[in-house]
Design a protein around this ligand. Structure first.
Ligand SMILES: Cc1cc2nc3c(=O)[nH]c(=O)nc-3n(C[C@H](O)[C@H](O)[C@H](O)COP(=O)(O)OP(=O)(O)OC[C@H]3O[C@@H](n4cnc5c(N)ncnc54)[C@H](O)[C@@H]3O)c2cc1C
Length: 236
C-alpha cells in the first residue's frame, strides 16, 4: 500500500548526467516509510516554506531500488535549479500521486514516449524485471538524436533479458547508423500499425509533452482503439 507523505525531507545522494539536458537525481529518504507504485510522480519542493513553489516529477526508479530517482530535463527555472543540486542538498517531496500504471492483469501493453516521457516506463519495466513479471510490452520511444536518448543502455540491457519486451527507437533529426534504431522519421500511427498489426486488442500508455500525448490519443481513437484502453500522462 502506498504511504503518502507531505513535504518529507530527502537528501541528494548523486546527480548523474544522462544526456546534454537530462540529469537523474538520486535521493535518500530521511523518513523510510515512503512507498510508491512504478509509474507514479511526486511534487518536488526546494525548501520547506509554506509558500514555496513545487513542480511534479515522475519517479524513474523502481520501488525495489534503495534510492529514489527523478530524471529531469532542463527547461526553465525550476528544472534548472534541480540540475544545480549538489550531493547532500535537501529536497522535499509530497506524494506519491497518479494512476499511470497498468494493473496486474493487463497484458499486451504499448508504451509511447517522447523525450523524458520515458521516465514512468523505465520505472515500470524495472519493476517488472525485479518481480520477474513477463508481460508483452512494446515501447516506442522518440527523440531528436541518438545523444538525446535517456537510459539507452539501461533499457537495452533490460530488453536483452526479456524476449517479450521490445524497444522501438525513433530519431527525428539524426541519420546516424545504430543497430538499435528502428526508424529515422517521426513516430506515427501508420508505423504503429506496421509494427503491431491490430491496435484494438492492446493497452496504450502515452507520456510526453501535451501535443505528443493528445495527437496520439486522437489518432488511436480514430483507429478504433477504445477510450478505456488509452492511458495518458502529459508533462507540462
Ligand atoms: C505529472 C507530471 C509529471 C512530470 N514528470 C516529469 C519528469 O519526470 N521529468 C521532467 O523533466 N519533467 C516532468 N514534468 C514537467 C515538470 O513538472 C516541469 O513542468 C518542467 O520541469 C518545466 O518546469 P520549469 O519551471 O523548469 O520550466 P517552465 O518555466 O515551466 O517552462 C519554461 C518554458 O518551457 C516551456 N515548456 C514547458 N515544458 C516543456 C516541455 N516539456 N517541452 C518543451 N517546452 C516546454 C514552457 O511553455 C515555457 O515557455 C512532469 C509534469 C507533470 C504534470
Amino acid at each position: 500500500m502506498e504511504n503518502r507523505i507531505n513535504k518529507g525531507q530527502f537528501i541528494v545522494n548523486r546527480v548523474k548526467k544522462e544526456t546534454e539536458d537530462v540529469v537523474t537525481i538520486f535521493l535518500s529518504a530521511t523518513d523510510k516509510t515512503f512507498t510508491f507504485q512504478a509509474g507514479q510522480y511526486v511534487s518536488v519542493y526546494l525548501d520547506k516554506d509554506k509558500n514555496s513553489q513545487a513542480k511534479f516529477y515522475t519517479i524513474s526508479s523502481a520501488p525495489e531500488e534503495k534510492k529514489i530517482t527523478l530524471s529531469v530535463k532542463k527547461i526553465g527555472n525550476f528544472s534548472s535549479a534541480l540540475h544545480n543540486l549538489k550531493v547532500s542538498d535537501p529536497v522535499y517531496l509530497s506524494g506519491p500521486f497518479g494512476w499511470f500504471y497498468p494493473n496486474k492483469d493487463m497484458d499486451n501493453l504499448v508504451f509511447l514516449a517522447a523525450g523524458i516521457g520515458i521516465a514512468p516506463f523505465l520505472s515500470i519495466i524495472k519493476d517488472c524485471q525485479n518481480k520477474n513479471i513477463k508481460k508483452k510490452v512494446d515501447i516506442f520511444y522518440t527523440n531528436k538524436t541518438l545523444d538525446d536518448i535517456s537510459f539507452f543502455e539501461d533499457m537495452n540491457k533490460i530488453a536483452e533479458k526479456n524476449d517479450k519486451l521490445k524497444v522501438h527507437y525513433c530519431l527525428t533529426r539524426d541519420k546516424v547508423k545504430n543497430e538499435f534504431i528502428d526508424r529515422y522519421e517521426r513516430l506515427d500511427i501508420k508505423y504503429l500499425k506496421e509494427k503491431l498489426g491490430d491496435l484494438t486488442n492492446k493497452n496504450f500508455y502515452i507520456c510526453g509533452p501535451i501535443s505528443f500525448v493528445s495527437d496520439f490519443r486522437k489518432q488511436l481513437l480514430v483507429s478504433e482503439v477504445k477510450e478505456e484502453n488509452i492511458f495518458t500522462e502529459s508533462f507540462f
